[in-house]
Design a protein around this ligand. Structure first.
Ligand code: MSP
Length: 666
């Protein structure tokens, strides 16, 4: 049997699990379920990152010993994964003895080979992010990560270093010879620019702490939490004890994560560690995008951390659907709403929209109306007939296209293909209208059989995405699910047993009616569909505390009429963001270097409340280029980007397909 090893990051045990963590883990689960349906022996691993100062400090604050603390917190993750139906094979905790052995083993091995050496670390460290920082990276004494921006600490300590720099040429060569090993391509390009900046050796030990894995034979020092965490992927595979088993499963086929931990950690440190250990590299590192919630960063302090289990409970109460079906609605939403690799915004408005349109209407209603028809006219029994050939081949093509999309981790298009399949069935049913008076019994039999057989096929293909709802549909269609259906079953037709009874049951996805939706769903305000969007405006320079200019006042009130000539005076261009960083001393202002076609410009934009610099790099924005240069916090800004938002920025104006930098906007 073909082995297939999938990993998620191991999550910081201190964090409250939310839709961001659920996203990566659900994507990994969909892939795992799909591969199992295709006959692979899958190893799906997830887990928790339990060492580090933050955990030790939080334990102390709660009057607990660190290990008691992590034993309690890990349950939050395990129970969310149980609720979400994550079919992991291994849950790894970095506090496990097997992981200590593996980490110390590799540390010793690299020390012996000279890839780890002892030196003196003098430099900055961000305790919150557990990251060593070069002086150039520190912004005004704070961590450059926009999510963090906490004061950094000066460390001066004898330390162990890993020779990351030695592997820079090999890492670069890897990116060039295996351009598909890191995806999407934009992320691979970011890794290349990261390498261009030069790699320093990585300090991989800390002294004066006692929560973590000790350096072998030098127990005063604790192994750096990232070196320890990355090792989890090897521990899971049985390294170093279980040699034949390890060789059988190593390397990982797919390693999933968000873009935040690709460049510095997985693409460089991790791969350099493997090179140094002489171990094969992962076949694919895939970094997906980041979710915001109602256009805000998800953070405890903003109080917008959405717990998917609570959201499913709220959704169930509001719709009358079962909680497990609502879990599947969330799984569906996360993977359908945003192309895997791009950033996404979570809003209840969008979730409700998908619930009603895609799930209640396209899928649920097709099942309900045909099941009802069968119950009324055929006492619920599947008629003796064969499926319409043309429908079967069209559906098989969609199932194949869905499979091809999953293979490339294009989950949203995989679902789009299945929804094209549902559209085929809905259209076919409407056109053939078996209920109409002119139909012979034989014709009606064929139509109903075809629709149920098609629903059976699509539901099987939906099993990786919505295991509960799809199994329930199959149960209602009397399709046996033991042994579990294979992917091949989703592309083979005429598989319903005539005479079997179909149960209609209550609607699987009852429509969410506006009156039933509570003011908050899953901790977020359930923004009404008709929420007025603020006016579009050049949203750059003015910090929110600044008084409104007359122009701004005009934009929020009645706009003054202008002539076409006035409008033509504006030079609006497509600008591709090359670099972005916070303006020192402020979280709100971001300095952008943009390409406007053969020339670059520096802009300063007050968008840091909503966007992190790395979220904007590579985006194509619209810029007003013919405004006078303005100085903002000592930085000259040569233009304005267009954004939506009144006092604060809500969204940037971007393009729906790429255009050349500098293209004129009319
Ligand atoms: N412990 C490290 C990872 C070590 S892996 C060897 C860590 N943990 S974390 O708890 O911060 O998790 C980061 C991962 O959680 C991201 O890479 C992503 O998979 C997921 N996400 C957390 N928040 C997210 C969003 N807002 N959006 C999308 N995914 C996010 O880093």
């Amino acid at each position: 049997m073909k082995r297939f090893y999938i990993t998620t990051p191991i999550y910081y045990v201190n964090d409250k699990p939310h839709i961001g963590h659920a996203y990566t883990t659900t994507a990994a689960d969909v892939l795992a379920r799909f591969k199992r349906m295709n006959g692979c022996a899958v190893l799906l691993a997830t887990g928790t990152d339990e060492h580090g100062i933050k955990v030790a400090t939080a334990a102390k604050e709660n009057n607990r010993l660190p290990h008691e603390h992590v034993d309690l917190l890990v349950e939050d993750f395990k129970s969310l994964w149980a609720d979400l139906g994550i079919s992991y094979d291994v849950f790894i905790r970095t506090t496990e003895a097997r992981h200590h052995r593996a980490t110390q083993h590799i540390f010793r091995k690299l020390l012996d080979s000279g890839d780890i050496y002892k030196g003196e670390y003098q430099g900055w460290y961000c305790l919150h992010d557990e990251t060593y920082l070069s002086p150039a990276e520190v912004l005004d004494g704070t961590c450059p990560n926009p999510e963090c921006r906490r004061p950094v600490t000066w460390l001066s300590q004898p330390s162990y270093f890993f020779r990351t720099s030695k592997y820079a040429p090999a890492l670069r060569q890897l990116l060039e010879t295996h351009p598909d090993q890191i995806r999407p391509e934009t992320r691979r390009n970011e890794v290349l620019s990261f390498l261009d900046q030069g790699l320093r050796d990585t300090c991989i030990s800390r002294s004066h702490i006692d929560w973590g894995i000790p350096v072998p034979a030098d127990e005063q020092n604790i192994i750096y939490v990232w070196f320890d965490a990355l090792m989890n992927y090897l521990t899971v595979a049985g390294y170093p004890d279980d040699d034949p088993g390890f060789r059988d499963i190593w390397p990982p086929d797919v390693q999933l994560m968000a873009k935040d931990i690709l460049r510095r950690f997985h693409a460089t440190l991790w791969q350099a560690m493997l090179m140094a250990a002489g171990l094969p590299l992962p076949k694919l590192l895939f970094a997906h995008g980041f979710w915001t919630a109602e256009r805000q960063k998800i953070s405890k302090s903003l109080g917008n951390v959405i717990d998917p289990s609570a959201l499913a409970r709220d959704l169930a109460a509001a719709s009358g659907a079962s909680p497990t079906v609502c879990i599947d609605a969330i799984r569906y939403f996360l993977l359908r709403e945003v192309p895997f690799g791009l950033d996404g915004d979570f809003s209840n408005h969008a979730l409700i929209g998908r619930f009603n349109a895609d799930l209640a209407n396209d899928l649920g209603n097709l099942l309900n109306r045909t099941a009802l028809l069968l119950t009324r006219r055929y006492s619920g029994r599947i008629p003796q007939a064969t499926s319409e050939d043309a429908v079967c081949s069209a559906l098989a093509a969609e199932v194949d296209s869905s499979a091809a999309a999953i293979e490339t981790l294009d989950f949203s298009n995989a679902l789009v293909a299945l929804w094209r399949g549902l559209a085929i069935l809905n259209r076919y049913l409407d056109q053939k209208s078996p209920w109409s008076a002119g139909r012979t019994r034989k014709e009606a039999d064929k139509v109903l059989y075809t629709v149920f057989d098609g629903l059976r096929a699509i539901s099987i293909a939906l099993l990786p995405f919505m295991p509960n709802a799809a199994s329930e549909i199959l149960r209602r269609l009397s399709v046996p699910t033991d042994p579990p259906p294979t992917w091949q079953d989703a592309r083979t037709f005429n598989r319903l047993a005539a005479g079997e009874t179909i149960s209609s049951g209550s609607p699987l996805f009852p429509r969410l009616l506006p009156d039933a939706i509570p003011a908050t769903l899953g901790n977020l305000p359930a923004a009404p569909a008709a929420r007025p969007l603020p006016a579009a405006k050049p949203a750059h320079l003015s910090p929110s505390s600044a008084p409104q200019t007359p122009q701004e006042q005009q934009m929020t009130n009645q706009p003054e009429q202008i002539t076409l000539d006035d409008f033509k005076k504006l030079d609006l261009r497509v600008a591709t963001v090359l670099q972005a960083e916070n303006v020192p001393g402020t979280d709100r202002l971001i300095r952008l270097l943009v390409d406007i076609g053969g020339a670059t410009r520096t802009l300063v934009a007050g968008i840091g409340d909503v966007y992190r610099p790395e979220d904007i790099v590579n985006k194509q924005l619209i810029v007003v280029t013919n405004l006078p240069k303005t100085m903002i916090r000592g930085v000259g800004s040569e233009g304005m980007i267009l954004a939506v938002g009144d006092k604060t920025v809500e969204a940037l104006l971007t393009l729906d397909r790429p255009a050349p930098s500098g293209a004129k906007v009319r």
